[in-house]
Design a protein around this ligand. Structure first.
Ligand code: DGL
Length: 264
């Protein structure tokens, strides 16, 4: 039997992590949930995020016994991991901004953390920076608009480059900023466009590849809970425009079903 892995995000960002895991482990049972009813998570309170993510993961686990959960959302990961690990006995993998590799790879020791408004101000991030990047000047830029731009792109709309440029304006003049941490899972999906706005940046770092390796090693000795073969499925929490068209995109990514999740 294949292990069942759930990817969770507020939106489509988690697909940037899913694609790394899927290319390393093509043969797992994949579930993905995007909480579009509460998107964006950027400025939501910590209590709301904890309650919401726990409820959704528990609801899905009741229907599909999960073997591993990837919280493919930095904003949620910075607050929900302890509660999830208390509730579930399976491995819970979080998404942490790649501060350590960024500090190592930067030549100028001037790096930027690009994330949501919530993530940039979390204590979790203060600790990461103090621990791994104390030798660097670290800029933080929090945006609620950027994840929305990525959502639009994945749903087939064009990227508003002027809006993107405006969001990134604060870093335009930082000529020795050579490394940017993509601290939101939506951002690898618009990496080329971000690069166009910040041509001085040599390295863009995201944790997708490291997460894939971690998932592989965690699954190595685990026992699969489900006894039945099931389809790969994407759950969402609120109806949206162009659901049918999006379903076709999801099929190409390996998901046969798209289903509205009823949360009790
Ligand atoms: N993809 C999410 C993250 O990694 C958050 C996007 C949002 O809902 O604001 O932080």
């Amino acid at each position: 039997m294949k292990p069942t892995i759930l990817f969770f995000d507020s939106g489509v960002g988690g697909f940037s992590v899913y694609s790394e895991v899927k290319s390393l482990l093509p043969d797992c049972h994949y579930l993905y949930c995007f909480d579009n009813a509460f998107f964006p998570y950027s400025e939501r309170s910590e209590e709301t995020l904890i309650e919401r993510v726990l409820k959704i993961c528990t609801t899905i686990d009741r229907r599909y016994p999960l073997d591993l959960v990837v919280i493919a959302c930095n904003t949620a990961s910075t607050v929900v991991l302890p509660s999830l690990r208390q509730t579930f006995s399976i491995p819970i993998v979080g998404t942490v901004p790649a501060v350590k590799p960024a500090a190592t790879v930067s030549q100028t020791k001037h790096i930027g953390l690009l994330a949501t408004k919530g993530t940039v101000k979390r204590e979790y991030v203060d600790i990461l920076i103090a621990q791994y990047a104390s030798n660097c000047r670290v800029e933080r830029l929090g945006s609620t608009v950027l994840p929305e731009i990525a959502e639009q792109k994945i749903k087939g709309n064009s990227v508003d480059l002027l809006l993107l440029k405006k969001e990134l304006q604060a870093w335009e003049g930082l000529h020795d900023l050579d490394t940017v941490i993509l601290g939101c899972t939506h951002f690898p999906l618009i990496k080329e466009e971000i690069q166009m706005c910040l041509p001085q940046v040599k390295n863009f770092l995201d944790p997708g590849c490291a997460i894939a390796k971690r998932v592989k090693s965690l699954l190595e000795n685990s026992k699969v809970r489900s006894k039945k073969e099931k389809n790969n499925c994407v759950f969402y929490t609120k109806h949206f425009n162009f659901e049918q068209q999006f379903h076709q995109v999801l099929k190409r990514w390996g998901f046969n079903e798209l289903e509205l999740l009823k949360i009790d």
